[in-house]
Design a protein around this ligand. Sequence first.
Ligand code: FES
Ligand SMILES: [Fe+2]
Length: 389
Amino acid sequence: MQRSVGIGLMKRALEVVESQRPELADRYMQVPLEYYTREDLAARERELFETQPLALLASTEIGAPHDYRVRDAVGRSVLLTRDADGTAHAFLNYCRHRGAEPASGCGNARAFSCPYHGWSYDSRGRLVGMPLRDRYEGLDLSQLGLVELPSEERHGFVWVVLRPGAPIDVAAHLGELDDEIGALGCAGMTYHASLERQPLGASWKSVAEGLVESLHVPFVHPDTFGLNPQAVGVDLAFYDAIGPHVRYGLPKFGTDDVARIRALAEDDWDPPSSIGCVWWISPGLLLANELYGLIYADLAPGSHVREAIFRYGWLSPVETAPPGEPSPDEMAARAARAVGQDRPVWETCGRGLANGAHGHALIGRNEKGVQLLHEAIARQIGYEGLRYC
Ligand code: FES
Ligand SMILES: [Fe+2]
C-alpha cells in the first residue's frame, strides 16, 4: 500500500471505528432481478471480459523460461508460456490442424505436442513439427502458429486480452490505481492455489456482491477468519469508486486501539497492517491484503447467465510464515474453506434472483461497495435500470 494513500485511508478507518458507523451510501439501491438474468446484458458483460485486460496468472506461476500453464478464461483454453528469453506469452490453446488442445496442465516444456495427431508448437507458439511431414509439402508452417493473444506483464501478473489483435494497456486500465497495485509488491510473490476452476450456480454479479462487503462474514464464516471481533465482520468499512474499479477498506483495529493510534505521529502509523484493503478491479479481479500476503482471485461469467467461474488463491511474499501466522498453504486452504461456505449461499441467491417475484434486490446504505460495483458495471454495459429510494 502506498504510504500517501495509506495515511488517507487510516484517517477514514479511525473515523469509522470511533463513530462505529461505516461510510454509508446516500440511498438504498434497488437492483431489478432482470439485471442478474437477462441474456442481452450477459452478452454485454462478456464484451467487458473480452476487451479488458484480465490478470490470468501471477508472474511466478510461469517464473522460469519454458514454464507454462493452461487455464480456462471465460470459456476459452488459454496457454500461457515464458519463452527462452523470459518473455511471457498467451495463446489460444487450439491446434491449427483440427482444433484439439495441444497443451494441458502446467510444467516446464520446450514444445507442446497435440494429443490428436502430434503437431507440435514451441513456447513462442510456432508450429515446429508434425508427423508425416512429407505429406504436407508446400505448407507454410510459419502461418500455422497458435493464435497469440495480447498480453503484458505488469505488477507481478500476466495480463491478457482475450481478443486477438486488440490493444492492451494495463496502466491505462488501472488508471489511478496503477501505482497502488504496483506498490503491493506482487512481482516477487508466489501463488498458492485454493481453487483452480470452481463453477458456481449464480450470476457472476451476484457472487461479486459477496466479495465487496463484509456484512455476511459473521453469519457465513463465523469461525473461519481470526478476526478482531471488535473491529471487522459486520459493516464497519469505507469505500471508493476509482474509474470502473472499487476499493474498500476494513479497519483491523477496534475502539480500544484508537487512543493508542491517535497518540502516534502519522509517520508511525502502519496502514497495511491496520487496514484490510480489498481491490475489485474491473471486470472480475479481486486482490485483498490478508495477514502477510494477498488474496488473488478472479471471477468470470460461466457458460450461461446463472453460472460463474471462480479461481482463487493466495500470494505469499515468503515461503515460511512469520512466527505465529498460518503457512502460505494454510492460508490458501482457509480461503478454499471460506469459498466452500459462501458457495451454497451464493447458489441460493442465484435461485432466488432468478425465480423470485419480488421485483428487485435491495442493497443497503451500509453496502456501499455493492452499490459502487453495480454502478460501475451498469455504466460500462449501458444498463439504466438501477433505482434508488
Ligand atoms: S488436432 Fe492437433 S494435430 Fe490434429
Ligand atoms: Fe464470504
